[in-house]
Design a protein around this ligand. Structure first.
Ligand code: DX5
Ligand code: ZN
Length: 232
């Protein structure tokens, strides 16, 4: 198990998205996080599969598509065709959560369930064994640059316990991704709580040097690992 850093393009320069993707890849990112918002499920509007397809040739990194849309299902195949490697969605936005997970996996992508700060982990009860990752939102979805909601930390720890239990029973690898308000000064706390994958928009794209920002994250994560506070 290792830590992964996923810059969120929401805070990138949208007029130069291809360049921005290449820049964060060169800066040491592990994934590229693409926030898809529809102005229905969340009060903001971003990009669709066309933009994902346009970005695909710019990187070999996995593209992590975070769907904040309703309905979900028709977009799953579109994003898979557009080169997405991971697709997460919010269970409140799907009428048939198990079906949506199945569609994502059948399309050849890793499937993730995205839970808002006030959405309970009970959604994992009958889904976790089919998921490749869990995305815990640490802000309310819709915008970059919001403040991390600290009440999510114990929820991360509980999600980690559930994931470890499934991993032990089935050998499945399930990533635990945290999204929203992740900065260099709280990434260690989030890792200690049990996250392994960190989405960061404004903390990376708002920095003058993307490489330095990612190195700062890694240095703080390495300290957590060294202290043995989380197995790596
Ligand atoms: C919010 C998005 C996040 C957002 C994170 O709805 O899902 O991915 O871009 O941005 P920061 O890191 O600035 O909170
Ligand atoms: Zn996101």
């Amino acid at each position: 198990m290792r830590y992964r850093i996923a810059p969120s393009l929401l805070s990138a320069d949208f007029a130069r998205l291809g360049e921005e993707v290449r820049a964060v890849a060169a800066a040491g990112a592990d994934l590229v996080h693409l926030d898809v918002m529809d102005n229905h499920y969340v009060p903001n509007l971003t990009v669709g599969p066309l933009v994902c397809a346009a970005l695909r040739p710019h990187t070999t990194l996995p593209i992590d598509v975070h769907l904040m849309v309703r309905p979900v299902d028709p977009l799953v195949a579109e994003f898979a065709k557009a080169g997405a490697n991971m697709i997460s969605f919010h269970p409140e936005a799907s009428d048939h959560v198990d079906r949506t997970i199945g569609l994502i996996r059948e399309a050849g992508c890793k499937a993730g369930l995205a839970l808002n700060p006030a959405t309970p982990l009970v959604w994992l009860d009958h889904t976790l064994e089919k998921l490749d990752f869990v995305l815990l939102m640490s802000v309310n979805p819709g915008f970059g640059g919001q403040q991390f909601i600290a009440a999510v930390l114990p929820k991360i720890a509980e999600a980690r316990r559930r994931i470890d239990a499934v991993a032990q029973r089935t050998g499945r690898e399930i990533w635990l991704e945290v999204d929203g308000g992740v900065k260099a000064d709280n990434v260690a706390d989030i890792a200690r709580a049990g996250a392994d994958t960190f989405v960061a928009g404004s903390a990376i794209f708002g920095a003058p040097d993307y490489g330095a920002a990612i190195r700062d994250f890694r240095a703080r994560l390495a300290e957590v690992a060294r202290a043995g506070e989380l197995r790596v």
